[in-house]
Write a protein that binds this ligand. Structure first.
Ligand SMILES: [Zn+2]
Length: 240
């Protein structure tokens, strides 16, 4: 059986001498296939299987495994390789996808592809990562409430975010946490709400983005029971 897929390479694991196992994020989730000899210098399929390459793949099934027959590069997003900041951001995004995306319905995939394009055009990295993590949370089954109080459904006097309860909390329902500043609450709401075509309309406050990225990763780890994201340490080292 043959299979034609299109997607973004989010992991490449060397296997035997010159082979690799490639994981591709597609609009239907993650596809995994074996790519023979792609680590050889003469391989015609190598460029299509590079990290964060956006490619089309022709696969054939052998038993329960998929083998790469032909890879065709659509866009390598090559200039993203020149920036350690961009690569670190993509590293966090890929790991989150790898660990939580499962059978994506195409929504998170669309954001990943859009973000690759915006990074290529040097749009603000932290804004994009913050939005991506908010979308990953809200498509994960552990969505946070960003329109009204999680306790009483009031839309008035929202004063904090309680991750244990699951989102916004109003003044009346606030128990232990302190009242947050308005900009934090505004940006929290924005990153969950923003439509894909508008994600490059605003550059968000850097320190609030950093705080939200930290909180979102902690929330995902808690909900999915991960001890850590390997890419996180590097990210916070570079963006401190
Ligand atoms: Zn309330």
């Amino acid at each position: 059986m043959e299979l034609d897929i299109e997607g973004i390479v989010i992991r490449q694991t060397p296997y035997k001498e010159k082979d690799a196992i490639v994981n591709v994020f597609t609009s239907q989730g993650i596809a995994t296939f074996y790519a023979r000899s792609i680590l050889a210098l003469t391989s015609k399929n190598a460029s299509s299987c590079l990290m964060y390459a956006y490619s089309r793949f022709l696969l054939s099934s052998h038993g329960d495994k998929l083998l790469l027959r032909k890879g065709e590069l659509i866009d390598s997003f090559y200039n993203n390789y020149e920036s350690i900041e961009k690569m670190t951001c993509l590293g966090v995004m890929s790991e989150v996808v790898f660990k939580i995306a499962g059978e994506d319905d195409g929504r998170l995939y669309a954001f990943f592809l859009k973000i690759l394009n915006l990074l290529k055009n040097n749009f603000d990295i932290l804004t994009l990562l913050c939005i991506f993590l908010a979308k990953a949370i809200n498509y994960s089954g552990y969505a946070l409430q960003y329109e009204e109080c999680i306790q009483c459904s009031s839309k008035k006097n929202i004063v904090a975010v309680d991750y244990n309860l699951g989102g916004f909390v109003c003044k009346k329902c606030l128990k232990t946490k302190e009242v947050e500043n308005n900009l934090y609450l505004k940006i929290f709401r924005y990153v969950f709400k923003v439509d894909i075509q508008d994600i490059d309309k605003n550059i968000l406050n850097k320190s609030i983005c950093m705080r939200l990225i930290k909180e979102f990763l902690a929330y995902l780890k808690a909900k999915f029971g991960f001890y850590n994201f390997a890419s996180e340490t590097m990210f916070f080292e570079i963006f401190k």
